[in-house]
Design a protein around this ligand. Structure first.
Ligand code: CU
Length: 114
C-alpha cells in the first residue's frame, strides 16, 4: 500500500515538474501615462523566455498601438482603446523593440532568452 502511494506521488511530482518546464509564461505589461509600466514602475527593458507571451494592456483614456520592426519579431497589432489588450508571443531568441505608432516616446526592448 505504501509503495503504491509512493509511486503515485512520484508520478505526481514528475507531472508537475514537466508541466512547469513546458508551460510558457504569460506576462502583462500596462500602457500607462504613455509609457510601458510593470507594477507601477516605468520600464524600458523586459526579459522573457522563448515561448512566453506578453499582453500589452491599455490603461490610458486614449488609444495605443503596438508594433515591432525587429528581426526576431515583426508585427503591427493596430490601435485599441482603454481596457483592451493585445498579446504577442515571442518564439525567437534575441531582442525585440516594441513601439507605439501614436506615441513615439513609448519604447520597450524585450529580451527573449533561450
Ligand atoms: Cu501609445
Amino acid at each position: 500500500m505504501c509503495r503504491v502511494n509512493f509511486a503515485k506521488s512520484c508520478l505526481f511530482l514528475a507531472a508537475i515538474s514537466m508541466s512547469s518546464m513546458l508551460s510558457a509564461e504569460e506576462h502583462t505589461i500596462e500602457q500607462k501615462d504613455k509609457a510601458f509600466v510593470l507594477s507601477d514602475q516605468k520600464i524600458e527593458t523586459f526579459t522573457v523566455n522563448v515561448g512566453d507571451s506578453i499582453s500589452f494592456k491599455n490603461q490610458d483614456p486614449w488609444f495605443h498601438n503596438i508594433f515591432s520592426l525587429s528581426d526576431i519579431s515583426t508585427f503591427d497589432l493596430g490601435s485599441y482603446p482603454k481596457g483592451e489588450f493585445r498579446t504577442v508571443k515571442f518564439e525567437t531568441p534575441g531582442e525585440a523593440e516594441i513601439e507605439c505608432a501614436i506615441h513615439p516616446q513609448m519604447y520597450l526592448v524585450v529580451e527573449v532568452k533561450e
